[in-house]
Design a protein around this ligand. Structure first.
Ligand SMILES: NC(=O)c1ccc[n+]([C@@H]2O[C@H](COP(=O)([O-])OP(=O)(O)OC[C@H]3O[C@@H](n4cnc5c(N)ncnc54)[C@H](OP(=O)(O)O)[C@@H]3O)[C@@H](O)[C@H]2O)c1
Length: 298
């Protein structure tokens, strides 16, 4: 029987950025036990996609080439227990942002920061850095649901958007107060969801409440050094490295909130699968507002 083919983006070595992606035809993947075949209407790019291509996790991921990154194909296999049926109220493009960026914001705020999304529990002051990005824009909306006081950082052009998503005060990250992460109303943060990169612990520490914690979703060597030093010195202020381990139950909860229109996906831009290289370059540029979407079918 002839093998059925699909369109996909592939790369066949580490490095090379968008120019190394090839739009080709490859066999439709074969499902194994506990997996399902998913027809991909839309996918979203995450910085992890191009970081893996650059070799950040070599030789563990990708383990072999050619590699299809981040669902950039017409079909993909997925573990059934990690999937959720997309409700008709959520478009494919909007749904594409939820499994990684949305779930990262959800896990960081609910499980790491301890925020109750029904607004019960202790009132929290929360800082969200890079609040205009893929993770940050979901985080602002979730923190709003949890009735937190939200301070956010983003670039000048996105200040009004981030306010409209629910932030109480917004700092331009290029301004002196923004760089110092200072709350304009003088609040100390109980939790920081750190979605930007390159901000040292010394900038966070003076702005934290007594038991404040920074949830670092891009943990590097300095995160782990600070984590250990804080433990050794019995500091009540903490840094928490977080890497998402997706769970179907969490995704179902999160999808329910989107279905109920309690939060939305902000879409930066949409590309057809054949032009996913342009989407890749845009993500690498680091200036997306919300999510970059690739559509296999319109
Ligand atoms: N731990 C995990 O499991 C996990 C999961 C998902 C993502 N991540 C990581 O989380 C980080 C954020 O991901 P993302 O998808 O949200 O990124 P993204 O969408 O690419 O972020 C882009 C946005 O960040 C803003 N920005 C950049 N530097 C900033 C700064 N210093 N202060 C304030 N805003 C800044 C940009 O604003 P301008 O355009 O105005 O510069 C842009 O709007 C990445 O490092 C990613 O790898 C980790």
């Amino acid at each position: 029987m002839a093998t059925k083919l699909m369109h996909a983006l592939i790369y066949d070595r580490y490095g090379g950025g968008a120019a190394a992606l090839k739009y080709v035809q490859v066999p439709i993947p074969i499902v194994k036990k506990d997996e399902i075949l998913v027809k991909i209407e839309a996918a979203s790019l995450n910085p992890l996609d191009w970081k893996l291509q650059s070799g950040i996790a070599r030789p563990f991921s990708p383990r072999r080439f050619p590699h299809i990154p981040g669902g950039l194909a017409e079909y993909a296999v997925a573990k059934e227990k990690l999937t959720v049926v997309r409700p008709s109220e959520i478009s494919a493009a909007e749904g594409a942002g939820l499994p990684i960026a949305g779930l990262t914001a959800y896990k960081a705020l609910t499980q790491c920061a301890g925020l109750n999304l029904d607004g019960t529990g202790e009132h929290m002051n929360i800082l969200i850095t890079a609040a205009s990005g893929g993770v940050g824009h979901y985080a602002v909306q979730l923190a709003r649901l949890g009735n937190a006081h939200i301070t956010a950082t983003c670039g000048t052009r996105n200040i009004e958007l981030v306010k409209s998503l629910g932030a109480d005060e917004v700092l331009d990250y290029k301004s002196p107060d923004g760089a110092a992460l200072k709350s304009p109303s003088g609040r100390k943060y109980d939790a920081v969801l750190h979605c930007a990169t390159g901000i040292p612990w010394s900038s966070f520490e003076p702005n934290l409440s007594e038991n404040g914690k920074v949830i670092d979703i891009t943990p590097g060597p300095s995160t782990f050094v600070t984590f250990v030093l804080n433990k050794l010195t019995f500091s009540r202020k903490q840094i928490v490295p977080m890497i998402l381990t997706p769970r179907g139950e969490d995704l179902a909860q999160f999808v329910k909130l989107v279905k109920e229109k309690k939060l939305q996906t902000v879409i930066d831009s949409t590309y057809p699968l054949s032009k996913a290289g342009d989407a890749w370059a845009k993500s690498m540029d680091g200036h997306a507002t919300g999510k970059i979407i690739v559509q296999a079918y319109k």
